[in-house]
Write a protein that binds this ligand. Structure first.
Ligand code: HEM
Length: 144
């Protein structure tokens, strides 16, 4: 009887362990952790915005932008999108209205993000998750 109880406990322990270590379980914990949490995300956004603002394909869009404020807003938005628990509800349509953003400019910015995420060794699933969420906002940002 004792042996049977012990083996039942061992099986439950094994199954629980499996559940916690499957890729799906780890992903659902939080993509934010895969971005390195708060410090990792700030570092990523810092390098991403630096890349964007020195990219001749799109740098002119940011000529009159308050860069530290943009970095702070993006870090909060990406934290919210990746399950880090931040609150962000700014309308992307109103923020980008009148900026005449083209499809090519949108693609260039996504490309800059891709390169920066690779440089930061962000796991591919987490990268794809963020890119998919940005792609879903395309129609609110691209107006030209
Ligand atoms: C899905 C893609 C994008 C997201 C999620 C996004 C997000 C943001 C955020 C959060 C802000 C800061 C708003 C604020 O604090 O006032 C911002 C501002 C800005 N974005 Fe984007 N953006 C995207 C695409 C683009 C693209 C493709 C361009 C141009 C190439 C662009 C150009 C700008 C500019 C110039 C500002 C500053 C506007 C100002 O100073 O009033 N954005 N964006």
């Amino acid at each position: 009887m004792k042996a049977r109880l012990e083996s039942t406990i061992a099986i439950i322990g094994f199954v629980a362990g499996m559940a916690l270590t499957t890729p799906a379980a780890r992903a659902s914990t939080s993509y934010y952790q895969q971005f390195g949490g708060e410090s990792g995300m700030h570092s990523l956004v810092n390098d991403f915005v630096n890349r964007v603002t020195s990219d001749p394909r799109i740098d002119f869009y940011f000529a009159h932008t308050n860069i530290p404020a943009l970095k702070a807003a993006l870090a909060t938005q990406f934290c919210m999108l990746e399950g880090g628990g931040c609150k962000f509800d700014m309308s992307m349509k109103s923020v980008h209205q009148g900026l005449n953003i083209t499809q090519a400019a949108f693609n260039a910015l996504a490309n800059d993000l891709n390169i920066t995420m690779d440089e930061h060794d962000i796991p591919v699933a987490a990268q794809n998750n963020l890119l998919a969420k940005l792609a879903a906002m395309e129609s609110q940002v691209v107006t030209k």
